[in-house]
Write a protein that binds this ligand. Sequence first.
Ligand code: ZN
Length: 307
Amino acid sequence: MKSRGLVVGVALLGILMQTASAPAAPQPIKVAASIFPLADIVRQIGGKRVTVTTLLPAGASEHTFEPSASQIRQVADASLYVRVGAGLDGWADKLIASARQRPLTVTVTATNGIRLLAVAEQQLHPENGGDADHHDGDDPHVWLDPILVRDHLLPAVTDALSQLSPADASYFKTNSKNYALALTRLDQELRSSIDKLPRKGFIAMHGAWAYLAKRYGLTQVAAVEPFPGKEPSARYLVQLVSIARKQGVTTIFAEPQLPAKGAQVIAAEIGGRVLLLDPLGGEGVAGRDSYLGLMRHNLATITGGMR
Ligand SMILES: [Zn+2]
């Protein structure tokens, strides 16, 4: 009896020791990100230790998107949620809130700690109804400035991942350092190319580019759709044409996620041209399926178009 108990005990001990000496690979951290650029940045830092779900599908606008009930399943067990904040991705907040059975472990908000610019187009849209539900006066498009990403979002994501998986903290830190260097190189490319441009003013499809413009000395003169998804009135377009003429603007940047009609109307009036800038990119969108690729694609459009 006694020896049999001992044998079982030794066998059990063996199993326990085996488990202790060769632990199963830990599960990756499940992350939900509201828009693709944030998802890609989390992947750059989290590497093989994260699985990231992007809530906004490629091709949808961050301002007009309505998530579907089936998306709730994708995020129910996320332990990190990364969002823009400043009123941009309330739809994602709602999705996360209804998906969670227990409170989220960690949320990272990209606009936190940044002195936000005011939405610049206020004076131009009285006839559009004054519905400011998307922006609330603060411009949320901080991810389109790689220096803001490097100095604010990168450390916040690195901290959050390290908090969720302390054993991987040095791995995350190394990835974060390397990615910060890549962002610095991107910044240098943007600066040196944009510096050389003879024209600095442009009309945007929606007011997404103020941080980029401020960083590199461009001027986002106005937006075709100050409230994305709301078609501009004829009167507003007439105003834009007169502003464009006054300021010598010949470049209108449309965007893949919004209809380009308004932009084409203005361009035809002023003899300018419509080029495509993309604030979001996305999974499987050729050349724009990483944050760095997206920004370089936009840089090529800006330098090609604003000569
Ligand atoms: Zn936007």
